[in-house]
Design a binder for this molecule. Structure first.
Ligand code: HEC
Length: 105
């Protein structure tokens, strides 16, 4: 009985424990979203289009937190939409870091 209880407890806590470390599946989904949805404005290779270029060389010196903020909230008065409804802060931060490191291409 006691053992069953700890198993149940684990099941409840597990999703919270992994919240800040994204699964490989979620990373693949985000990568796909960036290439297709973000790529429609920023270019499929992030070289820019309607939206600015987002290659590591373009983002040099920009910190990932401010990029994540823009991704979550958009740029008021500009075509850059807010993505808050689709992704959470950890995911926006992951995208920002992946872009600065050139992990999405
Ligand atoms: C409808 C077009 C559009 C889409 C879709 C779009 N963006 Fe943007 N984005 C823009 C524009 C335009 C700007 C430049 C805003 C400005 O002039 O400040 C921008 C700016 C940015 C910036 C700031 C760049 C910098 O150098 O400061 C980041 C980061 C960014 N977008 C990431 C994304 C990501 C990630 C996605 C997908 C989740 C996305 N964008 C989807 C149009 C778009």
């Amino acid at each position: 009985m006691r053992r069953l209880f700890s198993v149940a407890l684990l099941a409840v806590w597990a999703p919270i424990a992994v919240a800040s470390e994204l699964s490989d599946t979620r990373k693949a989904e985000l990568r796909h979203m960036v290439l297709h949805d973000c790529g429609s404005c920023h270019g499929m290779t992030m070289k820019g289009g309607l939206g600015s270029a987002l290659r590591p060389v373009d983002l040099e010196g920009t910190d990932a937190d401010s990029l994540a903020y823009i991704i979550l909230n958009g740029v008021p008065g500009k075509p850059m939409p807010a993505w808050r409804a689709l992704i959470n802060e950890d995911e926006a931060k992951w995208i920002a870091e992946a872009l600065t490191k050139g992990l999405i291409k």
